[in-house]
Design a protein around this ligand. Structure first.
Ligand SMILES: [Zn+2]
Length: 286
């Protein structure tokens, strides 16, 4: 008990002496102290801001600590750990032979579709459409063609085969549901759409180039061809599970140089790994 009293008394005296010392400081000393404190706060805020910028810029990626395995932890409000995720490995013998419901007359693309711009968003090379003039009707809903982009190698695999490149054509409804067409690309002859696409490359990371040139998409792709259909998710955060996936069975060709020109502008291996199918069925239409 005695010891405790001495301790409290000591503490009291120490506080008193310290308080007096503070008051002994000259006005100059006080100003200097305030300035130093401000400078420290400013400096730490600057560091914080830089960290936020870097963090935001690299919020998710395809490698290291922000790679696909970590998307569920690093992306708030994302559904990357959901049970109906994409991509998947499509095993043809396990598919159900049934029409997907997508018919040729459901593709409402203008004869000449204007590509508005190309962007290198640091994750992929993306070509954008400005107007809502091209759309796809599917199950009583209209989905407007917004953009197409690339992954190298492909995200979905067919019977375990991963193609060197895939094109994703993204259509969105007013309710934020998606129809995505996936066209696998294999190496072969140079193709006309790729020559057009590539004439606007390279694009540096973060850069957007205005194109505003028409291209006939109907000519290059047979939308009534055999395709796999299932319901999955966006393959990048927020991994929303509102995507109608149409993966076309026959790959289109591009030359090795054309594949390389695109791949080299994107992060190496910008694909998400295979996700479990769970209770879903993949349809093979035609
Ligand atoms: Zn994609």
């Amino acid at each position: 008990m005695k010891n405790r009293n001495i301790y409290i008394l000591g503490l009291f005296l120490f506080t008193l002496i310290y308080a007096c010392k503070q008051n002994d400081k000259t006005p100059e000393e006080k100003v200097k102290e305030v300035k130093t404190n401000n400078a420290t706060t400013e400096k730490s805020e600057k560091i914080k801001a830089t960290a936020t910028t870097t963090r935001h810029k690299n919020a998710w990626s395809y490698e290291g600590e922000t790679s696909p395995e970590h998307w569920a932890e690093i992306e708030a409000n994302a559904t990357c750990d959901g049970t109906h995720q994409s991509p998947i490995n499509i095993i043809e013998v396990d598919t159900k032979k049934e029409v997907s419901g997508l018919k040729e007359e459901d593709i409402h693309y203008k004869e000449l579709t204007t590509i508005y711009s190309v962007t290198n968003n640091g994750h992929s090379i993306q070509y954008n459409f400005k107007d809502d003039e091209n759309y796809v009707s599917f199950k009583d809903k209209n989905y407007v063609l917004k953009q197409f982009h690339f992954h190298s190698p492909s995200e979905h695999t067919i019977n375990g085969i991963r193609y060197p490149l895939v094109i994703h054509m993204v259509h969105q409804s007013s309710e934020k549901d998606f129809v995505v067409f996936a066209f696998m690309v294999k190496e072969g002859e140079a193709s006309k759409p790729f020559s057009f696409i590539e004439s606007y490359l390279p694009v540096k990371e973060g850069e957007t180039k205005i194109i505003e040139k028409p291209y006939d998409f109907n000519e290059s792709v047979a939308y009534n061809a055999s395709h796999f259909y299932y319901k999955g998710s966006l393959t990048t955060p927020p991994c929303t599970e509102t995507v109608n996936w149409f993966v076309f069975k026959e790959p289109i060709t591009a030359s090795l140089d054309q594949v390389k020109a695109l791949s080299e502008l994107m992060p190496k291996n910008n694909y998400r790994n295979e996700q479990p199918l769970n209770d879903r069925t993949v349809l093979l239409s035609k």
